[in-house]
Design a protein around this ligand. Structure first.
Ligand SMILES: [Ca+2]
Length: 398
């Protein structure tokens, strides 16, 4: 029997689920998001049937260049769009007597060809995953009553890896003016563009985008990768992705991580009620009011799950929205087997961050183990905490 199987064979019932965003945990409105492109089909045609193009100042007399291709490694997926560009210098417009700043951008036509428009007013904004050092600019060209209008917003991106960018259209400003975009402007959108910003990035470089989506104002959950459904777990209400998700305790955790293309998970345990002690595997048990005993049993279980060199950093009482929790914070390392599974997700370091919460509800203690690669902690930990905060008592419907 594998150590994992032994672990699961204990009285602990364990469920796991993936999280990708926090808002869904708060409200269950229908997701109306439209995924424009995840590039997995390797072509430059998006979900609308329109095409990604390189948009540069060449047509107006400039000398910038941009090349698009589908790159072989996406955001937790196989493909993304890749842009390499070389910005020229300021140029004089070939038909108007004005000088303009050089630009080289990636753009998505909203109509089948340039000049055709699409009504984006039902949508609230644009989201995408971006990779590339420097800052990004999102722009929308609208066909206004007085001709073309360019609205834009700048976004910072200081990290090396993928970062989620989420823009509300209402954040866009008319180029050169203070005017913000109005719903009426969105009735006739010619294209959506994304570029690096001249002031903050070199004149030549490259960047990647993936999972480009339009989100609607009613979207409770802007993520598209995992549909979330509510499940009852013991006395608690939890959320889990419903597509392709099954609980398979006989599998290694690390494999599940890779299969789900997720790097963070939470385990919920319902220890069988045993009067005053929480049972762990191999006959161990702990007094729920005794942090030292809880920690010892926790370390024992985590080692069985394949974590190594564990070090307890903190232990505190945390007040969640509905429950008090005894929380342990630990650092450790993934096993080499786990790390092999994490590699395709772009995780290179074996450093792991782990939090274990023990929360009591009625006569049951729940054990929640959240773990993630240390390098994703900044991005994912707030989401884990949001999920924990939003765990709520299950209400029988009448
Ligand atoms: Ca992709």
């Amino acid at each position: 029997m594998s150590p994992m199987l032994k672990y699961f064979a204990t009285p602990l019932l364990v469920a796991m689920f993936v999280m990708s965003d926090l808002a869904w945990a708060q409200k269950k409105e229908k997701v109306k998001e439209l995924l424009l492109d995840n590039f997995e089909d390797s072509n430059l045609v998006c979900q609308l049937g329109t095409t990604w193009i390189a948009a540069t100042d060449r047509d107006e007399g400039g000398s910038s260049e941009a090349l698009l291709d589908i790159a072989g490694s996406g955001y937790f997926s196989k493909k993304a769009i890749h842009v390499s560009y070389q910005r020229g210098s300021r140029y004089q417009h070939k038909t108007q007597s004005i000088w303009k700043d050089a630009f080289a951008a990636l753009a998505l036509l909203m109509g089948e060809q340039f000049g055709r428009t699409r009504d984006l007013s039902p949508y609230h904004g644009l989201s995408f995953e971006a990779k590339g050092q420097g800052a990004f600019s999102v722009l929308i060209i609208c066909q206004g009553q007085n001709g073309m209008q360019i609205f834009y917003v700048n976004l910072t991106h200081e990290e090396n890896g993928w970062k989620k960018m989420r823009v509300a259209f209402s954040d866009l400003r008319l180029l050169g003016e203070e005017k913000t975009i109005q719903t009426s402007d969105l009735h006739a959108v010619l294209l959506i563009g994304v570029s690096h910003i001249a002031d903050e990035t070199p004149d030549h470089g490259e960047f990647w985008l993936d999972d480009v989506a339009l989100w609607a104002s009613g979207d409770a959950r802007p993520e598209t990768r995992h549909q979330i459904e509510e499940i009852r777990f013991g006395n608690l209400l939890l959320y889990k992705p419903s597509i392709g998700w099954t609980w398979q305790p006989e599998k290694e955790i690390s494999k599940l991580v890779a299969e789900l293309r997720a790097t963070t998970m939470v385990f919920i345990g319902i220890p069988m009620l045993n009067r005053n002690r929480i049972p762990f595997s191999d006959g161990l048990s702990a007094d729920p009011g005794n942090p030292r005993e809880l920690l010892e049993c926790t370390l024992y279980e985590l080692r069985k799950l394949g974590f190594q060199n564990l070090q307890a950093l903190d232990n505190q009482q945390v007040r969640l929205k509905y429950f008090p929790s005894q929380r342990f914070v630990l650092r450790g390392e993934f096993s080499s087997a786990s790390l092999e599974q994490l590699k395709p997700l772009g995780i290179k370091s074996n450093r792991a961050y782990v939090e274990v919460d023990f929360l009591k509800y009625k006569s049951t203690t729940y054990e929640i183990v959240s773990f993630l690669p240390e390098e994703l902690k900044k991005e994912m930990l707030p989401q884990i905490h949001a999920i924990l905060d939003n765990l709520s008592p299950h209400q029988e419907s009448k």
